[in-house]
Design a binder for this molecule. Structure first.
Ligand code: HEC
Length: 178
């Protein structure tokens, strides 16, 4: 066989190898049942952003403390989360998300937080994949991290550089349940 005929075959094999590595993804499972999360349920839109790709490969949310996207994160949080968790995530129907106490200890990592948001937890904390794109989930998570009122030293989801400059968000009193 001449090289001219083999070349397309080699390219094809290289392509297959690449496709294999592109599938590498952080482990994601439901926080309550432990079942793997099926990302094929995600809305079509917002799957291929740089933030989503980076997050699925590394567990790092590049929207954290990003001055260009925090405002969008706030908007998503106020639309999709604050009704239950309070305007400053101080707690309402759902628990406070702005301190370092977590019902599900994995929520002190962004992979853990994503698992809770995508797949839901118990009771009214339903899976968010029907309402929010993967990108919006990461945006809402960055706002949850931004309004953290605790000690920056315990904000392990931030990079060491971000931890060094992070200013805890002012505390507010929980709103009464409706
Ligand atoms: C309809 C009400 C409701 C909405 C909307 C809602 N949550 Fe929740 N959330 C809850 C409840 C109730 C719980 C407690 C569930 C449990 O303990 O299993 C909870 C739990 C959580 C937890 C786990 C907290 C812990 O201590 O481990 C996180 C994280 C969370 N929600 C984030 C979010 C984010 C982010 C959004 C918006 C994208 C959101 N939630 C939208 C009601 C809601």
């Amino acid at each position: 066989m001449s090289f001219r005929r083999v070349k397309p075959l080699l390219l094809c094999l290289a392509g297959l190898a690449l496709a294999g590595t592109a599938g590498a993804q952080i482990p994601l499972f439901n926080v309550v049942t432990g079942e793997p999360l099926d990302l094929s349920y995600a809305l079509e839109e917002g799957r291929d952003t740089e933030a989503v790709k980076t997050f699925l490969e590394t567990g790092v949310n590049i929207y954290n403390e990003n001055p260009e996207t925090l405002k969008k994160g706030e908007e998503v949080f106020l639309t999709a989360c604050s009704g239950c968790h309070g305007h400053h995530a101080e707690g309402k129907i759902g628990p406070g998300l702005n301190d370092d106490y977590w019902t599900y200890p994995g929520n002190d990592t962004d992979a853990g937080l994503f698992r809770t948001v995508f797949g839901g937890a118990q009771g009214q904390m339903g899976p968010q994949y029907g309402h929010l794109t993967l990108d919006d989930m990461l945006l809402s998570m960055s706002w949850v991290r931004h309004i953290y009122t605790g000690d920056p030293a315990t904000a392990t989801w931030l990079t060491p550089e971000q931890q060094a400059t992070f200013k805890p968000y002012p505390k507010t009193t929980p709103e009464p349940e409706e």
